[in-house]
Design a protein around this ligand. Structure first.
Ligand code: ADP
Ligand code: MG
Length: 395
């Protein structure tokens, strides 16, 4: 069922609670080293402020396990940065509950912004504690959830508040759902390119996409479990022996569903897991016993590019090799380029490392959509219902 977006809301004069994803990296001196997540939230913030609301923002930052974590995981630097980006004062409430927080909020004027301290300072946050969700909800009139990155978790600051207030999703979640959701009813052919380290991480993604895609291209560490299941020797490459049967059954399932499953034909093998190790390219039939495959080879890049050519929709998740090491980054770069060069295809990237690889290599503007979600985008591609999105009010 369609969910309510902020375009359906009346914000004027109301106290709007916004769950944002300001989980940004901080260095030792509490400087923000990457503010993309804050920038990504500006359209929603400006929309709500322009409607004449009082805006109270919640977010988590990192994992909070000890009292010391509370010193290094404060949202205070985010308030400062947000204020600079908006050109407007952002009041930082150094609390997650209590009289001081309540009085700051009740004294707000229309158009003002308050940032609440890290929601994970409350133990009940990640347990979706009922009382906590109710308490936070009591601080406002209306709730906007725009934290896609935590949408796959049921926490007090997303699902808990939503259970107690009329809830809308923000512009960022709207965009994520529009593009990730478009994989469902996509223009054909739909080609999925899947890689990454482990088959076990991606079983549900492969399983779901076999139902939908016309072609599935497989690379990355998980290709070796498939190659071994097909009878190849894979040397010392990453393999999950307990997933061999599963790999065979996925190959069978693809056949049954008439989905073309494409595996690499060559691989870059190295003596050890090291950028400077001796390495060269071999056919997947000739992997030396004492070497490991760390990337796909040039012939595979060519094959994959060819198979991508007529695609109208491409969804990519999972690097083709150990892209963090320059010696084994070519496969990932080659496939990134092949997808980016497609002229009239919808191209979507999901997954934290895949998005990072694309952004780091200058592909930010060359894809239709690069998900900000990491784990959430994967669960979306698995076809799961995300609790954070499910909790938003129906239209
Ligand atoms: P995403 O976060 O996009 O879902 P994953 O976390 O599944 O991606 O996979 C990314 C990791 O997979 C990277 O750290 C990369 O080094 C690793 N990887 C890719 N190919 C191989 C390989 N052949 N051997 C070992 N690790 C690999
Ligand atoms: Mg990852």
């Amino acid at each position: 069922m369609a969910k309510k977006t902020i375009r359906d809301a009346e914000f004027n004069g109301k106290t709007v609670l916004l769950r944002a994803d300001f989980n940004v990296p901080l260095d030792k001196n509490l400087n923000i080293t990457d503010d993309n997540r804050i920038k990504a939230e500006l359209p929603t913030i400006n929309y709500i402020l322009d409607e004449g609301a009082k805006l109270v923002i919640f977010s988590h930052l990192g994992k909070v396990k000890t009292e010391e974590d509370k010193v290094t995981k404060t949202l205070k630097p985010v308030a400062t940065r947000l204020s600079e980006l908006l050109g407007k004062n952002v009041k930082f409430a150094g609390e997650t509950r209590g009289e001081k927080l309540e009085s700051i909020i009740s004294n707000m004027n229309n158009g003002e912004i308050v940032l609440v301290e890290n929601t994970r300072f409350e133990k009940g946050e990640t347990k979706n504690d009922e009382e906590l969700g109710k308490y936070w909800a009591s601080l406002g009139d209306i709730f906007v959830n725009d934290a896609f990155g935590t949408a796959h978790r049921a926490h007090a600051s997303n699902v808990g508040i939503a259970n107690n207030l009329e809830t809308f999703f923000g512009l960022l979640i709207e965009k994520e759902i529009k593009f990730l959701g478009s994989v469902e009813n996509s223009e054909r052919p739909l080609v999925a390119v899947l890689g990454g380290a482990k088959v076990s991480d991606k079983i549900a993604v492969i399983d779901n996409l076999i139902e939908k895609a016309d072609k599935i291209i497989i690379g990355g560490g998980m290709m070796f479990t498939f190659l071994k299941a097909m009878g190849h020797s894979i040397g010392t490459s990453l393999v999950e022996d307990d997933k061999l049967e599963l790999a065979s059954s996925l190959i069978e399932k693809a056949k049954l569903k008439n989905v073309e499953l494409i595996l690499p034909i060559d691989t870059v093998v190295a003596e050890k897991f090291d950028n400077d190790a001796k390495h060269f390219t071999v056919s997947v039939s000739d992997i030396p016993e004492d070497m490991m495959g760390l990337d796909i080879g040039d012939e595979s890049i060519k094959l994959f590019s060819e198979k991508l050519k007529n695609a109208k929709t491409v969804v990519w998740n999972g690097p083709m090799g150990v892209f963090e090491m320059p010696s084994y980054a070519n496969g990932t770069l080659g496939v990134l380029k092949a997808i980016a060069d497609l002229e009239d295809a919808i191209t979507i990237i999901g997954g934290g490392d895949s998005a990072a690889a694309a952004i780091k290599n200058g592909y930010s503007d060359r894809f239709t959509h690069i998900s900000t979600g990491g784990g959430a985008s994967l669960e979306y591609l698995e076809g799961k219902i995300l609790p954070g999105i499910n909790a938003i009010s129906d239209k």
